[in-house]
Design a protein around this ligand. Structure first.
Ligand code: NDP
Length: 251
């Protein structure tokens, strides 16, 4: 197993859901964790919680869609802790709509956060990892990155996650051999988080809520465990893909 105590991680989208759960787990494992998102109040509350448990975190206000914001957040982390060992590209949104509604602003926002955000953060950490000749980048796709339209209104969301899959696979084959950097694609199934509440479509949100009463969704902590598994694997092992779904998930 790789000893991760004292190593430095950046988690995007740490203000809720999977990212928040991952921050708690990584800090409990002794990592120094940069917790990044737009809602700074939520990050400060998380920071206090981690500190109370004896962990170490740094609040980083960041909009992953904005390369300048990502660059300055990564610089702040590297300055505070002297390294960037792990990037968990987790920030994401899931606006839902039918294509013929032409909600182009939602499409662009989804692309900017779910895909361009991954590129921005990858570009910001790579120079550090290349210099260190070590590092680990974990990108968050979804079961929707393997199958289109697992629910109505998810076509553009799915497209961004397919893009994440493709980028992640290409990244792994390029920077693994050349720079000794590991790359993992995390593909969650249904996880009980705020994501389903923020689709911009109250009917869809209600359907997600109703479904969550019918089957047992994963918790953010279940995905955080998968992240820990990948980063704690022996240094020569690249866990390249993890599909983690509820037992009862029918698709
Ligand atoms: P949440 O809505 O709870 O978390 C999303 C996080 O992303 C929040 O912390 C939010 O913070 C952050 N975020 C959104 N936009 C930006 C932005 N522009 N810049 C920085 N941070 C941003 O949902 P989940 O925890 O469920 O989602 C995490 C990831 O998991 C997403 O990529 C999602 O697609 C993926 N996923 C989730 C599944 C599920 O069933 N929940 C299933 C499959 C994949 P803030 O608003 O403060 O910026």
């Amino acid at each position: 197993m790789t000893d991760i105590a004292g190593k430095v991680a950046l988690i995007t989208g740490a203000s809720s859901g999977i990212g928040e759960a991952a921050a708690i787990k990584l800090a409990a494992a002794g990592m120094k964790v940069g917790i990044a998102a737009r809602r700074v109040g939520r990050l400060e509350a998380l920071n206090a919680r981690i500190a109370e448990s004896g962990g170490e975190a740094l609040v980083i206000e960041m909009d992953v869609a904005d390369a300048a914001s990502v660059n300055s957040g990564v610089a702040k982390l590297a300055e505070a802790y002297g390294a960037v060992d792990v990037l968990f590209n987790n920030a994401g949104v899931m606006p839902m709509s039918q294509i013929d509604e032409l909600r182009i602003d939602d499409w662009n926002r989804t692309i900017d956060i779910n895909f361009r955000g991954v590129l921005n953060a990858t570009a910001a950490v790579l120079p550090h990892m290349i210099k260190q000749r070590s590092g680990h980048i974990l990108n968050t796709s979804s079961i929707a990155g393997r199958r289109v339209n697992i629910a109505p209104g998810l076509t553009v969301y799915s497209a961004t996650k397919f893009a994440v899959n493709a980028f992640t696979e290409g990244l792994r084959t390029e920077i693994g051999p050349k720079h000794n950097i590991r790359v993992t694609c995390i593909q969650p199934g249904l996880v009980a988080t705020e994501l389903g509440e923020k689709t911009g479509d109250p009917q869809q949100a209600e359907q997600v809520r109703a479904f969550s009463q019918m089957i047992k969704f994963l918790d953010g902590a279940d995905i955080a465990d998968a992240v820990l598994y990948a980063i704690q694997a022996p240094e020569h092992v690249n866990v390249s893909e993890l599909l983690v779904v509820p037992v009862q998930q029918p698709v």
